[in-house]
Design a protein around this ligand. Sequence first.
Ligand code: PMP
Length: 410
Amino acid sequence: MGDATNSVASVFRPSPALSKVGPSAITRMTAATAELKRQGRQIASMHLGEPDFGTPGNIVEAAIRAMRAGDTHYTALDGTPEVKSAVQEKFSRENGIYFENDQIVVTSGAKMVLFSAFFATLNLGDEVILPAPYWVSYGDIVEMMGARAVVLPTDAQDGFKLRAEDLERAITPNTRWLLINSPSNPSGAIYRRSEYEPILDVIERHPHVWLMVDDMYEHIIFQDEPFVTPAQLRPDLQGRILTINGVSKAYAMTGWRIGYAGGPAPLMKAIKAVLSQSTSCPCSIAQAASAEALRGPQDSVRRYLGEYRVRRDLVITELSHCPDLKATEPDGTFYAFVDWRALFGKLTPRGETLSDDEDLCQYLLHDCGVSIVPGSAFGTPGFFRISFASSEAELRLGIARIREGCAALI
Ligand code: PMP
């Protein structure tokens, strides 16, 4: 009996789809931080991209009402008519884009839009262009589909924004998608109208290339210029643009798992085929809550933004006291992407060489008690990401530790 169990265990073979995908650097950092805290260490957590605010009361109440009203069953696989029309209104009110009902999907988190859109469109050998730094999951999802993530590094001097000529050079007959995330996790970069225009001209010239835009941080912007998104700038290209968004960051609703997207109907139909055989539908209660988030009062969004601005200023000011770190002020999101290349090759007080940013993050976590994410996780070694979605006290403590940790290097 024992032998039989062992032999079953020993023949477990994961799918080849997982061969290139391991736990993300953020997941590993979360596990390591939790383990140190369990051992009694006090760690300043700056690695998680999660608002520390509670979900606004009106949204929670809408969920409770939905449960009491018996909205506790399967819904249409792409969202209830109520939440879909709230999404439709949001796109038209805030972005000036009109989507028909069959051009919208509501999913279990925006990550599920990305996953199902890639699943629905990618073939072995297809290419997806990812300007780096990029959000950790993009590359892994693409690789899971047997496609190739073509990483296009961008320059800190260009504000980490893609240049049209670099895009032009990277396009091949196998290119299926360009994926742009603005405001960007991790760099905080925001594409302005004038920066999008040349990129959209390149897309126009290559009809086999589609554009996926991830607008998840749309509401967390510090610049005065209004937010713009490609489908609004170029309605003539709408037939090959997928616009992704969600409630996780704007309304502090990460655990409710609702994302949404607007795009051309044939693509949405293919996405729905994936959803019907995976999630069946997003959570009915969270959909009711999200309809309220999108339609109800927006004052909490403004309040959070005010808080993030204070925290951003705090983080940038505090980091400016670390002479070997270079942090540019992010235009949006709640992340700072910090250049630590001046410290490369230095020795820790324990005599360990900092050879890459994984080494730096391990040193800062274990020796200094602060958790951050290495830039290599975002395709940009030599940097690290700080999240300022945590409290001011935690941020002050974390940056003080980073400063001391950097000063102790030899
Ligand atoms: N896009 C970006 C850029 C993100 O940072 C995240 C969450 N960290 C997501 C998408 C996924 O969001 P959701 O919680 O809706 O799956």
